[in-house]
Design a protein around this ligand. Structure first.
Ligand code: PMP
Length: 283
């Protein structure tokens, strides 16, 4: 695999980041993951807007101009002949002696790599996911997409050790997110219920697109907090992320959701999302 690090395309074995990079010492870095289908980027402009926002929140400059960044994406996809999978981008503040005080003048590091993987045809999409709930103990700025992912990684690992696929995190019983995706339910009235945007959740690019597509297709959408209890009695549940698209959730804490099989509205939203992503990619 060819990867990109600070201006160079290199074989992955030759690519490296300094041990003094603040990504390593403080998770002082932000990232984006975009899907690639049919060799093309999905929803690239939205990912770039969120990247810009994350960088602004942390006061890290983007080390290349936006046009050059898109060229790097295209070049990396081409070099790796990627047709289906993901492209990962990380910007860190750069190198400095270890100090909690952020350096004024550091040169940001830019890293990109691709990962080939099936996204369209997956076991999770066919069978749905089983999740367990856990208290959300992450920090309070989940709207900034930082590489500080340890709690989510611990919870994902705990879920798999418990024999299920993932966690749904909650604060005082109100669902926040899954370990690496946004959480949604569809109630008996056919209303899509999802937590509103705030500092408590990542502003998912897939979430935003799916809410638009759902509304356009005549589905009612309610942005409000919802409890684990409400989720367990919902007709359908699903998660969204750049690489999961729309993936059904069929069980929460051992309780079957709806029929215990992927629901029809969720499946329709997944199909709609994929159809739209394929027709609008022009990144
Ligand atoms: N929430 C969290 C915590 C995530 O890590 C992700 C994916 N990185 C998402 C939501 C989904 O965001 P997106 O649709 O932009 O991939």
């Amino acid at each position: 695999r060819t990867v990109y690090v600070n201006g160079q395309y290199l074989p992955e074995a030759e690519a490296s980041l300094s041990i003094f990079d603040r990504a390593v010492l403080f998770a002082d870095a932000v990232y984006e993951v975009a899907a690639v289908i049919d060799g093309a980027l999905v929803d690239y402009p939205a990912h770039q807007q969120r990247l810009a926002r994350s960088l602004k929140e942390l006061g890290i400059p983007l080390p290349v101009d936006p046009d050059a960044l898109l060229d790097i994406h295209h070049e990396l996809l081409r070099k790796n002949a990627l047709t289906e999978g993901l492209i990962y981008l990380q910007v860190s503040r750069g190198c400095a002696d270890r100090n909690f005080l952020m350096p004024h003048k550091a040169t940001p590091s830019l890293v990109l790599f691709t990962q080939a993987m099936p996204l369209l045809d997956t076991v999770a999409a066919t069978n749905g996911l089983r999740v367990i709930s856990r208290p959300d103990m992450r920090w309070g700025r989940r709207d900034i997409k930082t590489t500080q992912l340890l709690f989510a990684s611990m919870m994902k690992t705990e879920a798999v050790a418990a024999g299920v696929d993932d966690v749904w995190l909650h604060e005082q019983g109100m669902v926040t997110e899954a370990s690496s995706s946004n959480a949604h339910i569809i109630n008996d009235a056919g209303v899509l219920v999802t937590r509103p945007l705030s500092n408590e959740i990542l502003h998912g690019i897939t979430r935003a697109a799916v809410l638009d597509y759902a509304a356009e297709s005549g589905m009612q959408v309610e942005q409000r907090t919802f409890s684990l209890e409400e989720a367990k009695t919902a007709r359908e549940a699903f998660i969204t992320s750049a690489t999961a698209f729309v993936t059904p959730v069929v069980e929460i804490d051992g309780v079957a959701i709806g029929t215990g099989r992927p629901g029809p509205a969720t499946q329709r939203l997944r199909e709609l999302y994929i159809l739209r992503s394929r027709s609008t990619h022009g990144g």
